[in-house]
Design a protein around this ligand. Sequence first.
Ligand code: AMP
Length: 404
Amino acid sequence: MNAPEPIHTRPGQFVLTLNAGSSSLKVALYASGGDTPLVSGIADRIGGADGILKLKDGAGQPMPVHGAQLDSHESALAAVIDALRRDFPALALVAVGHRVVHGGARYAEPLVLDDAALEYLESLVPFAPLHQPHNLRGIRAAMAAFPGVPQVACFDTAFHRQHPWVNDAFALPRALYAEGVRRYGFHGLSYEYVSGALAQRAPGLSSGCVVVAHLGNGASMCAVQNGRSVASTMGFSALDGLPMGTRCGQLDPGVLLYLMDQKGMSAGHISDLLYKQSGLLGLSGVSNDMRTLEASPAPEAAEAIDYFVFRCQREVGAMAAAMGGIDALVFCGGIGENSRLIRQRICERLAWMGIELDHQRNAANAFVVSTETARTTVLVIPTNEELVIARAARAAALTAEANP
Ligand code: AMP
């Protein structure tokens, strides 16, 4: 009897995930139904003279990439496909899943894209001008590269769509709410993954009041009650809430008026200031990277960390208040998953809400990092947005196939 063909060489068994940024394209290839990527990587600095494509296989080993041309998202995707085909000649896809930052007020679920949906997503570009156009470029490149393969959009806003109205609106004239000026919330794919993992590993906690802290280069918190988002620190844009690597976080709108009226700054300049020059970088003048700040002797680096920690402490309180209590605090994202120092500093002043860290567990980045006796459990759950996209893309494609 012949040995069964390994699953990854059977046609029609793959899901490709794409996350297109302004000059990058993150990719992962999954066996349909599999949870571990067979290939993952990034095409970076697309359009620059020093564009680079880095791919690794399922064992984490670098894959050979020969002379990739990365002058556009289309050529970056072509280079990815070329590299994949060398290991997976029968590359037939069940679906391509795309990370899309904004699904507007309309989309609360992943969606198989058609012309009408693309048109709606295009209309949301003014709401997320720094991300949405690039997400759409990735979709168009994949449509051209894989004609006939379902393209599934997975939205960072979708997880938050059931916010109660008081957490959805700003106290502005209602006409602005009607035209879409709302608190959408972001990082929804991460919160979905973490909530699902919590439901599997600690179902008792996941049915309660959980604050999830996604602390990475982008950072936000979400109040998740019984598996549903009820509030988030991010609002209309991915600028609000916590300070981030280079983004300012919560800001008095009066500052914007001052910058415009008194300093004559244009919208473009202000956008650059708030998105790219603020946050940890702006405060420290040293770096946007938490590891670098932790290692830096500069007093400004220490102050930037103090500010980050303080805002995190405040927002854990705010998220708990939005739910009327807290049963668990979950850390994820590059900082949340890896920095024992930041977790410890944040938790230090949260004893009043029943939080008490076990320092050994915290140092080991364990699943549970609180003490046995703590009233509120503190956990670390490495997030996995790509897996959420891969699963959702496969499920949406299969549903669409069953209901043509
Ligand atoms: P992300 O955007 O989720 O990839 O997270 C990136 C952030 O995580 C950067 O600020 C990194 O410095 C930070 N980070 C990653 N590993 C560590 C670590 N071991 N200690 C402190 N910060 C870390």
